[in-house]
Design a protein around this ligand. Structure first.
Ligand code: ATP
Length: 233
């Protein structure tokens, strides 16, 4: 940990046919920072994140994540990143503990399942089957699964979409704890308040272009009062 940025993206470009989903996007995420990709539907957030995760190819540009090119990082790269996906349904018959143990077994620096359950507030649900969890508990389980390998970098796609205010606060507190542990986080969100509350830097994407980048407070200053205006730049 130290001086090398966690993520360096330059001139990142991705086309789908005639559509430019990412148009020469560039930004840098320092180690330990939380960066939010903010933007309306179709802005290119998911495309950008999946390229960084190594799940989508790019057409052009340079990408370095934890010193790897995600396009050919392989297992060594995957062991250092965490991706929070929504559980698909086949996990339903497992207990929380079984699923956490299974996921953690894939990683050399794995968490103990009890510790992981405690971290996301599921300590009292370890013996519960996944299918019996509430929606909010299930999302916390998804988060725990993404953290199972103690990632240096966590990708969080819309971490609180659909949450009620209490669940959102809980998720934000958890993200604060991860920050204290030094985890670098790249998250996508539609919520300005979420970006302001959590992020050290915000990247505003619109129609594939990076239209604003900076501290949340700087964006407010530059864009006039609410960062909301950034959507219209
Ligand atoms: P959302 O907030 O809705 O998830 P987003 O900012 O993540 O949106 P992307 O999903 O990256 O945006 O999509 C960017 C653009 O690329 C959109 O116009 C989308 O329709 C298009 N797109 C994404 N994936 C594909 C694909 N596999 N084939 C063709 N077009 C795609």
């Amino acid at each position: 940990r130290g001086d090398t940025p966690a993520i360096v993206v330059a001139d990142l470009t991705r086309r789908y046919g005639d559509l430019l989903a990412l148009d020469h996007v560039g930004f840098t995420v320092e180690t330990g920072q939380i960066v939010a990709l903010l933007g309306p539907n179709g802005a290119g957030k998911t495309t950008a994140v999946e390229i960084l995760e190594g799940y989508r190819p790019r057409d052009d540009g340079q990408v370095s994540v934890l010193g790897f090119d995600p396009a050919d990082g392989g297992r060594a790269y995957r062991e250092r990143i965490g991706i929070v996906l929504q559980t698909a349904g086949f996990e339903d018959e497992f207990t929380v503990d079984e699923l956490l143990r299974l996921q953690a077994s894939l990683y050399p620096r794995r968490y103990d399942p009890g510790e992981l359950a405690g971290l996301v507030g599921l300590a009292d649900r370890r013996r519960t089957r996944v299918k019996a969890l509430s929606g909010g508990q299930r999302r916390r389980l998804d988060l725990a699964l993404g953290l199972a390998g103690r990632p240096d970098l966590l990708f969080l796609d819309e971490p609180t979409t659909g949450f009620d205010p209490a669940a959102r606060r809980h998720a934000w507190d958890l993200i604060d704890r991860l920050r204290e542990q030094g985890t670098t986080i790249l998250l996508t969100t539609h919520y300005i308040e979420e970006a302001e509350r959590l992020a050290d830097r915000v990247a505003v994407l619109r129609a594939g272009r990076l239209v604003a980048w900076g501290r949340p407070s700087e964006l407010e200053a530059r864009c006039g009062l609410p960062t909301r205006l950034a959507f219209r730049l």
